[in-house]
Ligand binder design. Structure first.
Ligand code: PSV
Ligand code: MN
Length: 427
């Protein structure tokens, strides 16, 4: 189901005067800085970040889940919700599926996605939960399990994800495992890493030529003492060991507090191993909060690195941008729209950095002015650029207002029964 085009047109007409005035004022300001607003708007319009299919349902904590009304019942409802996010923001042209959560006939999925103007981004494999019909338990790990039959089952699952992805037109597989240990001495850390590498090599061998494989690191959880792919160093070792189709995926929430993530981004990219992102925000751990809600400056600093690297490496540098969030107290569609716009905002602001001036300040060791150069770009309100980029493509001036005006959630709730019960669980 889509939101009526008339409603978006009406919304955009009502805001047209304000949008034009703000755009012209910003154009004048940027002109003084020698920046052409039209080309910036065109770049903003080309920007896209993938929606995680699992993000459109209400998340939860270990303690409870409080489902909202009109929750998606299955992957087809999830696609509908992703279609609305794309329709209103025009910044989320693809969906990242998680298997087996989103298992369904690929040709039907493909048909529905294309009718909604959506494509498929990276596939995600799930070997961190047991499925009802599965022979071997992942309680003590999957790709790194001590038991070969369990490892083989996990390898097969990953290969199946590739097969489904091929049928959907996806071109990447993201592998995140919860493997690790909860007690010192529980596992032999070296041998466990060897087993993981060996299994990943078998998955890698099944990748089609034009596919990529992303290894996603995370410091802890569900394993609380040691985790097999715990940091960007381990992830880099894996990607290097596997070969050119393998690279690292940086989930912003998967680091210790205060870690300099933008520096990790710079390092990985410099050695050709930055594959993609899971954008979200966090205050304490892997909180999966909406992108840019806690530390928008850090998001900007990540994009500052990305824009800089793109200028050096050109179009060949194309990391995959995805969101990965959990929504406990907000409508997931609203949160995902906000996050997509925040990520797009950080990208546009990073393009405003005066790189010649910055290079000169760096050469002079003028720390204060170098920092001010970044701050000036970060402080610029680029809303008019984002609004125009959206409206030019048929999206909404203000996606949240248009979504609320549409009553989408109440309408779909008529077909989607209220989920009762509040069991815990992270997804
Ligand atoms: C793990 O916490 C993670 O970030 C991985 O990307 C998973 O696939 C995703 O969350 C879904 O729960
Ligand atoms: Mn993630």
């Amino acid at each position: 189901m889509h939101i009526a085009g008339d409603l978006i047109d009406k919304h955009n007409r009502a805001t047209a005067q304000a949008r034009d005035d703000d755009f012209n004022a910003l154009a004048e300001y940027l002109q003084r800085l020698g920046v052409d607003i039209q080309s910036l708007t065109a770049k903003a319009a080309q920007f896209g970040v993938a929606i995680p299919s699992w993000g459109v349902g209400t998340g939860g904590t270990r303690f409870a889940r409080f489902p909202g009304i009109g929750e998606p019942r299955h992957v087809f409802d999830k696609l509908d919700d992703c279609g609305v996010i794309q329709q209103l923001t025009q910044a989320t042209p693809t969906v990242s599926l998680h298997i087996p959560w989103d298992d369904a006939d690929p040709s039907v999925l493909r048909e529905q996605a294309s009718s909604l103007g959506l494509g498929f981004d990276a596939m995600n494999s799930n070997t961190f939960q047991n499925q009802p019909d599965q022979a071997h338990s992942y309680k003590f790990g999957s790709l790194s399990h001590t038991d070969i039959a369990t490892r083989e089952q996990a390898i097969e699952h990953n290969i199946r994800c590739i097969e489904i992805g091929k049928a959907l037109g996806s071109q990447a597989l993201t592998v995140w495992v919860g493997d690790g240990s909860n007690f010192p001495g529980q596992t032999h850390m070296g041998q466990q890493f060897d087993r993981y590498l060996d299994a990943m090599k078998q998955v890698y061998a099944a990748l089609p030529d034009h596919w990529q494989m992303f290894t996603e690191h995370k410091m802890y959880e569900p394993a609380f003492y040691s985790t097999v792919v715990q940091d960007w160093g381990s992830s880099y070792l894996i990607a290097r060991e596997l070969g050119p189709k393998a690279s690292c995926l940086v989930d912003l929430g998967h680091h210790a507090p205060n870690v300099n993530i933008e520096m990790i981004v710079s390092r990985l990219a410099r050695f050709g191993k930055l594959g993609g992102f899971h954008f979200n925000d966090s205050k304490y751990g892997d909180d999966d909060l909406d992108a840019g809600t806690i530390d928008p400056y850090r998001l900007f600093l990540v994009f500052n690195e990305l824009v800089d690297i793109e200028r050096q490496q050109g179009d060949a540098f194309k990391p995959a941008y995805m969101l990965d969030q959990s929504h406990n107290v907000t409508d997931p569609i609203e949160s995902l729209m906000c996050s997509a716009m925040e990520v797009q905002r950080a990208f546009v602001q990073a393009m405003l950095v005066d790189r010649e001036a910055l290079a000169a300040y760096q050469a002079d060791n003028d720390a204060l002015m170098a920092s001010q150069t970044l701050k000036q770009a970060f402080r610029t309100n680029v809303d008019p650029i984002l609004q125009c980029a959206r409206v030019q493509q048929g999206g909404a001036h203000d996606p949240i207002s248009a979504y609320r005006e549409s009553g989408y959630r109440t309408i779909v709730a008529k077909d989607r029964p209220q989920i009762s019960g509040s069991g815990g669980g992270i997804v």
